[in-house]
Every structure is written in C-alpha cells, then in structure tokens.
Design a protein around this ligand. Structure first.
Ligand SMILES: Cc1cc2nc3c(=O)[nH]c(=O)nc-3n(C[C@H](O)[C@H](O)[C@H](O)COP(=O)(O)OP(=O)(O)OC[C@H]3O[C@@H](n4cnc5c(N)ncnc54)[C@H](O)[C@@H]3O)c2cc1C
Length: 518
C-alpha cells in the first residue's frame, strides 16, 4: 500500500513549512516530521534573521559581510540573490503573522552580531525561531491541502535503484519518486510516492558530543541523499558556536546567543583575563570561527573545561528584556547573569555544506529539491555569517516553490514500487549496541574532527569509524528497522563524509582549520 501526493516535504522547520505553504495552492502536499511538527532547530533559533531594512544599511554591505565571513568561498551570485531578496522575504513572514520587536519609534529593533557591519538582525526577544515556527505552523495547520504526518521517520529516498528497472549511466538519469518512511506510531514502513520531493531535514550536529542542535539532528537528509547518489559539497565546514552554556550532560547544549556579545558581553578566562584582543581586532565581534578557535586555544592553554562570558556590566533591564530566556535558564541553574559570569564552551552548531542545490534549490537528481540547513546553496562559503541561515531557508524555499509549481505536472508517478523489505531478526534488546556505537561516533568526531584538525587526526578518525561502520552494517542487515539503527547508520555515513571532505581540502580556510596547512 502506498500514499500518493503532488508534493512531498520531509521536514517541518522553516525551510519545509515555507515551501509547503506556497505549493499547497497547486496540489496535495504531504508534510513529514520525524517527531512533532514543532520540534525543529528553527524553534531553537535565538538571535534572529538577517535582512536589510533601513539605511545606512544596504544590500552591498550585507553582501560584503557575507563574503568576508565566508572567506570568499561563497558563490557570489547566490549571495546576491539571497541578500537582495531578504527584505521581501522578511516582509512575507510578517504578513504571515510573525512578530519582530520594534522600537518606540515604530521601526524594527535591529541587533548587530559578529561579522555584521550594521545593525540588521530582526528578532523576537531571544526566541525568534520559536516565533517564526509558531506563525508558520499555525498557517500550515489551517491549510486543507496539507496532510501532516508526525512521528514519521524518512528512511530512504525512492529512486530507480529501488525499482531495478533502469540501467543508470549518469547521475542525471536518476530521479526521486518519494520516500520509504517508518511510521513510528505503528512500526510499519510505508511507501510515500510524490511527483516532487523537498528535503528540508536540517542539520547534523549530533555527529559531535556537544551540540546546540536538537537530538533529531542526525544528518538524515544528507545520508539519504548520499545513498541516492545526489551531489554533496563542502561538508568539511561545520560551524562551532563559540558560546554554549557549560552544563555537562545536557542535550542539546543551551546556546548563549551571539547577540549578547553584540550587546557588549566580554569573554574572559577563568583567571578573569580578557583574551579576544590577542586573536582579532574585532575582538568579541569577530566571526564565529575565530572566536571559537580562540576559546578552544585558551581552554587548551589553561587546561580549563570552559571560559566565561561576562555580562555583569550590562544594564539589568536590558539583560532581562532582550535575553529573557537566557536569563531564566541561567537563573534556574543558580547563575544570576547580572551578578555572575556565564560558563561557556564551543558546541557544534551549523553545517555550512550539504546537498548541492542551485538557485532554485534543485539538486543533482530530478524531482528532488533541498532547502535549509541540509542544503549547500553556496551562500555561506567557508563560514556562515550569523543569522543568515533562517534567511537562506526563506529565500530558497520560496524559489524552490516557484520552480516546483511550474514543473511538478511534468513529473510522473512510478508504478510498481516494491514494498520495503521488512525482514529482520535482531531483537530490540540487542540494540543497546546502537546506543554505545552512537557515543563512539560522537567521541571520534569530537576528538579528531573538531575545531582544530590535522591529517593524522583525520586518518585516525576514519580508521576508527570504519570499524563501527562494518559492525553497524552487519547489525542493520539483520535488524528489524528502528529509528535508532537508522539514525546510527546516518550518523556514521555523515561522519564519514565530513572526514573525507576534510581530508580532501589541503588548506586551512574558514571553519576548516588543519594544523598541517597553517
Ligand atoms: C540553538 C540554535 C540557535 C540558532 N540560532 C539561529 C539564529 O539566531 N539565526 C539563524 O539564522 N539561524 C540560527 N540557527 C540555525 C537555524 O535555526 C537552522 O539552520 C534552521 O532553523 C534550519 O531550518 P531547517 O528548516 O533547515 O531545519 P529544522 O528547523 O532543523 O527542521 C528539520 C526538520 O526535519 C525533520 N527531519 C529530520 N530528519 C528527518 C527524517 N529522517 N524523517 C522525517 N523528518 C525528518 C525534523 O523532524 C524537522 O521537522 C540556530 C540553530 C540552533 C540549533
């Protein structure tokens, strides 16, 4: 049995929801989330969304900042498209019911973050992503043409590889016909067919031990795409957020937004010394890679597990009104940030690379789009400028929708898709192995493929990973399919790809820092 739609959307963050809302006027949409619709990285975004709103800011300045942060590895055309469409996309979010903070004058209150030369970050206190998700979800739930499937885990894209009918000569012969998904409510694998598929599955932070990403962010979209032979790129560029709250054992790590440094908070060692001046003239507002490496270096020099972010000198009312969530979170752990410094460490935060996607979010295979964090459009280059990712989702999901609306009728459904092979004998109790292997992958990635890399560390990481890969593939072949084993497989696939991309880049640039190529 299968379900059949015009548009399949895998992922219910900002990228998936915007696309779904736009295409739903033209055909039946299936929206898939591996958890509840609102459990997304989008909901966690604190700082805000970057857009050019008022002078003295202008598009050229935002373009220059983006390319500067990306160390010129960006695709200039894509940067230009994204920034010049920023105002229109933000206005659309507002029309859809998103509230951004305003000043008494009625103008939007714009924050400034690291790497930005102007104030241009629209925000809703420190819960901007939650506000965007709230507004979009409300519209989605009201739409009669969208079927929402929560607790559905997408396992693999359906391509000719599953049909066994065609001889595939080149990647352009490959097309996507939908997805096999595990209905977690019934434990059955269902076949969902669609004329077009949008992958909007978000990030991969959980390949590392410490990450700000929600626990679902196991790189599933990238792993599925890899197995379907879709082009991937720039996976070596994983951004570590310099300041997540040091609170061992908590997952995901709680983020202390860059906007706090924008408001004047200062980094200090545990001995109370400031240090950013030694690393960059922009000090606390240097791009994230520089700040994260500086903290990493200070921690290695001192042997400390964390450094401090000092916001004690900021005005109390400003702290509470601009950063209410951070204030409350720290207070709940016994830290009054107006009186005590905040212990912080870098955490894996954002994947700049991913599925290669063009200016309409088309991937290298037919009928498959990618948008949001899973995609690599060329906007970020070697490093993402803060608050450009929500913007990227808005711009490219809009463009993807326009493209899909024009083209979906040309795509045919396939007949005769085989059902998922649900043979398997391994009992759930055996899957304790899955938990342990997941920890091992995260430890390998954190120890050998983190903020500072070397050829030897990358090789060691790969050698260790190969052992777990082999064990897991054996287990997978024998297992009844579960979310746990699929996620582990995906984590291993993605960790492998990050290492291989890192090994191929024989230079240190942006987020990829290899001591063998200083
Ligand atoms: C703590 C934090 C703070 C951030 N702050 C900012 C900020 O201030 N500004 C900014 O621009 N960016 C910020 N980011 C980055 C930004 O939030 C994300 O890059 C962006 O929200 C990604 O949106 P998305 O739609 O691509 O994915 P997400 O919002 O992560 O949504 C992914 C969706 O895919 C689904 N999914 C994944 N795998 C599967 C599967 N196998 N089967 C079915 N469904 C699946 C999930 O269930 C989810 O619905 C922040 C990120 C974090 C973690």
């Amino acid at each position: 049995m299968y379900k059949k739609f015009d548009f399949l959307v895998i992922g219910t963050g900002m990228a998936g929801l915007i696309y779904a809302l736009k295409v739903a006027k033209y055909g039946k949409v299936c929206l898939l989330s591996k958890d509840s619709i609102d459990n997304t990285a989008t909901s966690y975004a604190q700082g805000g969304i970057a857009a050019v709103m008022y002078s003295p800011d202008n598009y050229e300045k935002h373009i220059a900042d983006t390319i500067n942060a990306g160390v010129e590895l960006n695709d200039e055309e894509i940067v230009r498209i994204t920034i010049t469409e920023s105002t229109e996309r933000v206005n659309e979010l507002i029309e859809w019911g998103t509230h951004f903070d305003k000043e008494d004058s009625g103008k939007f209150s714009l924050a400034k973050e690291g790497g930005h030369s102007e104030h241009r970050i629209l925000h809703h206190k420190d819960t901007t992503g939650y506000e965007i998700q709230r507004a979009l979800s409300k519209k989605i739930r009201e739409h009669h043409n969208i079927e929402i499937l929560e607790n559905y885990f997408a396992i693999d894209l359906i391509t000719q590889h599953h049909l066994g009918e065609l001889v595939i000569r080149t990647r352009s012969d490959i097309a996507c016909f939908g997805v096999y998904a595990l209905n977690k409510n019934t434990n059955q694998v269902e076949t969902i067919l669609a004329r077009t598929t949008m992958l909007a599955t978000g990030g991969l932070g959980n390949i590392y031990q410490t990450t700000t990403n929600p626990e679902f962010a196991t790189g599933d979209g990238i792993a599925m795409a890899y197995r379907a032979k879709v082009h991937l790129e720039k996976l070596e560029f994983v951004q570590f957020h310099p300041t997540s709250l040091y609170y061992p054992g908590e997952k995901p790590s709680f983020l202390i937004t860059e906007a706090m440094r924008g408001a004047g908070a200062i980094l200090k060692t545990q001995g109370g010394d400031t240090f950013m001046k030694k690393y960059d003239s922009r000090e606390e507002l240097a791009p994230r890679d520089i700040v994260a490496r500086a903290i990493d270096n200070e921690m290695k020099l001192s042997g400390d597990d964390y450094v401090y972010l000092d916001a004690r000198h900021l005005e109390l009312n400003e702290l509470i009104s601009h950063f209410p969530t951070i204030y409350a979170k720290c207070l709940s752990l016994g830290t009054d940030i107006s009186k005590n410094m905040i212990p912080v460490v870098p955490a894996a935060h954002y994947s700049c690379g991913g599925i290669e996607a063009d200016k309409n979010a088309c991937t290298s295979i037919s009928n498959l789009y990618a948008s949001g964090e899973v995609a690599s459009t060329g906007l970020h280059g070697a490093n993402r400028l803060a608050s450009n990712s929500l913007l990227e989702s808005a711009v490219f999901s809009h463009r993807a929708a326009l493209h899909a609306i024009d083209n979906f009728r040309n795509a045919e459904y396939v007949a005769k898709v085989p059902d998922w092979d649900s043979e398997g004998t391994v009992l759930n109790e055996e899957l304790i192995l899955v938990t342990q292997s997941k920890k091992e992958v995260q430890s390998i990635m954190s120890n050998y493929v983190g903020i500072v890399r070397s050829d030897l560390r990358l090789k060691r990481g790969l050698d260790r990973l190969k052992i777990i890969y082999k064990e897991t593939e054996d287990l997978y072949q024998k297992s009844l399919v579960t979310e746990g084993i699929c996620e582990l497989r995906n984590l291993i696939n993605v960790a492998y790809l990050v290492i291989r991309f890192a090994q191929k880049r024989k230079q240190s640039i942006g987020l990829h820092y290899n001591i063998d190529y200083p």
